[in-house]
Design a protein around this ligand. Structure first.
Ligand code: PEP
Ligand code: MG
Length: 326
């Protein structure tokens, strides 16, 4: 198998009928970087910057942040990298963060963009480090756990201020800056067109989005097999997101665990996703599926089944049968 995947690396990342789909990888630490070439990823679709904070015993200094981001961009050799601003709080606690509070529902609590907008010093330091590290290159930034569009506007103000500050001191700035939002909170589903217009790209965090759509704790093993990520309601949600991206010419990607299993990656591509980001070990198996996939047939399958699954069968079973038949 490993041999097969290595061979596949040289092949174009397209379906059997020639539609290109970018397969990116998720990463978070310097040790992940060699995987970029080994797995043959098209870039880093999600760089989880909080990991540097989680393995440290105090807040990483601005210089250490900048060094990591520069190392990542060097290792990427021009391939796109999307940095997510720190997604801490909730269950990702930093023992040294004195401001942390006890919460009854940490997943719904003071975390991610909510926390960093309340502690803008943290965000400012990180953004400055990212801007400096990206001098002369493109910078792609995305915000975790966005709930309202106002949060994007607030973050943008902070970013703009840092850009002005650095240009005043004649720093080498990024050649372009793209700002994206993660779609993890259902409130955004009811303002998809506004969301698509408010950002340069959207990335679906399907781990959290599934948790919030189904009201099921993503870490609760008791419930792990009860609800299906390939159930019709969740697939319809994903289709609406993909459609809104196409309608508004806003690139949409997905970077949750869903992207890493061949059967669910197949479903995502059938629903309209043309870029997905996964753990590096998944790229080989997903690419093996991709190059065999007759997308025209899968599109017709969804046209027939998404709103009215054949014989009332679960979508997962229908998708599995589609895959087995081909
Ligand atoms: C997600 O929620 O799907 C996601 C990619 O972010 P994380 O798993 O880091 O919460
Ligand atoms: Mg998430």
């Amino acid at each position: 198998r490993q041999e097969v995947y290595r061979e596949l690396r040289k092949k174009p990342s397209t379906t059997r009928d020639g539609v290109q789909v970018d397969l990116l990888m998720n990463a978070g630490l310097a040790v992940d970087l060699p995987q970029l070439a080994e797995a043959g990823a098209a870039g880093i679709g999600l760089f989880r910057t909080e990991l540097q904070f989680m393995v440290a015993s105090t807040f990483p200094r601005a210089e250490a942040q900048e060094k990591l981001y520069r190392d990542v961009l060097e290792a990427a050799r021009g391939k796109p990298v999307t940095f997510r601003t720190i997604d801490i709080g909730g269950d990702k606690v930093l023992p040294y963060f004195k401001g942390a509070i006890q919460e009854e529902n940490p997943a719904l609590g003071w975390r991610a963009i909510r926390l960093t907008l309340d502690r803008p010093g943290l965000l400012r330091t990180q953004i400055r480090a990212l801007l400096k590290a990206s001098g002369g290159r493109e910078l792609k930034l995305m915000l975790p756990m966005v709930t309202e569009l106002g949060e994007i506007a607030q973050a943008r103000e902070i970013i703009d201020r840092e850009v002005r500050h650095l240009s005043r001191f004649a720093h080498h700035l990024p050649t372009s800056l793209k700002l994206g939002a993660m779609l993890e909170v259902p409130s955004l589903l009811f303002q998809l067109d506004e969301l698509m217009k408010a950002v340069d790209f959207v990335s679906v965090g399907s781990n959290d989005l599934f948790q919030f759509v189904m009201a099921v704790d993503r870490g609760n093993t008791q419930l792990a097999n009860r609800f299906d990520t390939l159930s019709a309601p969740f697939l319809r949600v994903l289709k609406q997101i993909a459609d809104a991206g196409i309608r508004n010419h806003t690139p949409v990607t997905l970077c949750g665990e869903l992207a890493g299993k061949p059967i669910s990656a197949m479903a995502l591509i059938g629903l309209g996703f043309r870029s997905i980001s996964m753990s590096p070990a998944s790229i080989g198996p997903v690419k093996a599926m991709l190059t065999e996939l007759p997308l025209d047939e899968l599109t017709a399958f969804f046209d027939d089944n998404l709103m009215a699954p054949a014989q009332g069968l679960p979508m997962r079973a229908l998708l599995q049968a589609f895959a087995d038949d081909r």
